[in-house]
Design a protein around this ligand. Structure first.
Ligand SMILES: Cc1cc2nc3c(=O)[nH]c(=O)nc-3n(C[C@H](O)[C@H](O)[C@H](O)COP(=O)(O)OP(=O)(O)OC[C@H]3O[C@@H](n4cnc5c(N)ncnc54)[C@H](O)[C@@H]3O)c2cc1C
Length: 298
């Protein structure tokens, strides 16, 4: 087998390594080297792709020593998480456990402890895999992406951040600075479910649900699915059919059918498109029932 087709210890790409210690320095480097540069966070996607020569940046800008890009903070009704925050820190965060249990549940399923000790939330989002676990959870949380460049800052709803497999709205001179999510209301329940070929593999399908009940009736609901379309997606039509209704077998079945009709999965080495459609229906029903039970327990 050709050396570039496997993940070996050999780095076949020549590049200049930069390790800025401030956001300003990082952004200056990014402006200067633009299209020839790649930010390096945990490297668990980037270095694999460089070893396989799928990307060949001339400049690698390590952003892990930039203090402005790391940390978890509750500000008003929102939780802000720096892009370079490690997934292991998110998994262990008291703020995330209390305010965004859906994100914690998703992070726990991502790779292994070793991967989560390296990998960052920003890397998971900027890599823009349709199967990215934090993306699905953050979509159901109605999160926003905050970007920064030497020219200023801008914010987009996370739903507008992804533009295709491996593609986002980030410009060449921009970094993802942080993500923010509204704190979950006390009376809601959430659930994240993922299936994969092994516990270490990326999702074959993942689903995230946020559900707020008013008595027996769905007051609010957000549904996101991953690995079933070119980007992780919100399934608004399925959300709409549930609002104002009781979660009965019938309404669950209708929402799951609508979700399965709304997606465009592909067949790849992990699963067939048909399998993904069927799995989406089942996982969504399970996630809604789990979220309902959790909402009723509060
Ligand atoms: C064994 C293994 C198992 C895995 N399992 C899973 C899994 O179960 N689920 C899953 O979703 N993923 C999984 N992954 C993929 C990967 O670990 C995650 O996507 C991880 O979160 C990437 O984060 P990172 O910090 O390592 O990103 P990096 O590799 O450092 O960067 C990824 C990409 O994002 C860019 N980038 C990083 N940060 C920024 C920023 N702040 N602004 C702009 N661009 C930026 C980089 O230039 C690069 O293009 C797995 C990977 C491995 C090797």
């Amino acid at each position: 087998m050709h050396v570039n087709e496997v993940n070996t210890h050999i780095m076949p790409v020549q590049f200049e390594y930069h390790a800025p210690t401030s956001l300003r320095e990082a952004l200056e480097l990014l402006s200067k080297h633009g299209g020839e540069a790649a930010p390096l966070a945990g490297g668990t996607d980037l270095l694999v792709k460089m070893k396989q020569r799928l990307v060949e940046p001339r400049h690698v800008i390590n952003i892990k020593n930039v203090p402005e890009l790391s940390g978890i903070e509750e500000r008003g009704d929102e939780i802000h998480i720096g892009a370079a925050t490690k997934l292991r820190a998110i998994e262990k965060s008291e703020i995330v456990r209390a305010r965004l249990p859906l994100l914690q549940e998703a992070v726990r399923t991502l790779g292994s402890v070793q991967i989560r000790n390296m990998a960052t939330i920003g890397g998971n989002l900027c890599n823009a895999s349709p199967a990215a676990d934090t993306a699905t959870a953050l979509l159901a949380l109605d999160a926003k992406a905050h970007m920064v460049s030497s020219e200023g800052t801008r914010t987009v709803p996370l739903e507008e951040f992804f533009t295709g497999p491996g593609r986002t709205v980030l410009k060449q001179n921009e970094l993802l600075a942080e993500v923010s999510s509204p704190r979950l209301p006390e009376d809601c329940g959430t659930a994240f479910i993922k299936i994969g070929r092994t516990s270490l593999d990326v999702a074959t399908v993942n689903v995230a649900v946020m559900l707020r009940l008013e008595g027996e009736v769905v007051g609010d609901c957000r549904i996101a699915l991953g690995a079933v379309a070119p980007t992780p997606i919100r399934v608004h039509r399925a959300e709409e059919v549930l609002k104002g209704k009781e979660l009965t077998d019938e309404t669950l079945k209708t929402a799951a059918r609508i979700a399965s009709e709304s997606i465009k999965p592909i067949t790849d080495i992990r699963a067939t498109a048909d399998y993904r459609k069927q799995a989406s229906e089942t996982l969504l029903r399970d996630a809604l029932m789990t979220a309902k039970k959790r909402a009723q327990r509060r």
